[in-house]
Design a binder for this molecule. Sequence first.
Ligand code: URA
Length: 194
Amino acid sequence: MYTYEELKKFVEHCSRCPLSQTRNKAVMGKGNLKSPVLFVAEAPGRNEDRDGVPFTGKSGVLFDRLLSEINLSREEVYITNVVKCNPPGNRDPQPSEQELCIPYLKYETLMLRPKIIVCLGRIAAQRLIDPHYKITREHGTFLFRKNTWLTAFYHPSAVLRDEGKLGEMQADFQKLKEKLGEIDACDFTSNSPN
Ligand code: URA
């Protein structure tokens, strides 16, 4: 197994796919390595490409607000992306790019051993839950697989584009809060083996 710092170095120097030629900074996941909750979005945006940190743009501001509504902060969770480099023009990451990048997410998951994985948006949900996942129909539902609860919420950018989705997103965060209570995973200081 690698340490967080080792993995971060691999990510930052990665040249496995063509995105490495157009990115400014590769973006390693960030947060509490003992968190029971792992959030996985799709790929860094322009702000993140500049800063080298996930969710620093407008989506990140909304994400922080939604977390705070369930009394959580960025320091208590871990957030990462399926693909660690910004795709040109903010397009969706292609399946081949996802395939080459997914080992980093696997290592992050092994490192964290989260009790709950929350996919943010369709791309992450289709990658981690089901290739036919329908985010509009299935968001906020939990399934238990390999000792981990899996769910998907809308991507914050979808809510920024359509304010009408905000209520559903807030309700999904409440479900996360309930799930954390149910599984008694509120100890954010130890990730004992599942
Ligand atoms: N959107 C994402 O999917 N990931 C980020 O890190 C930022 C915006």
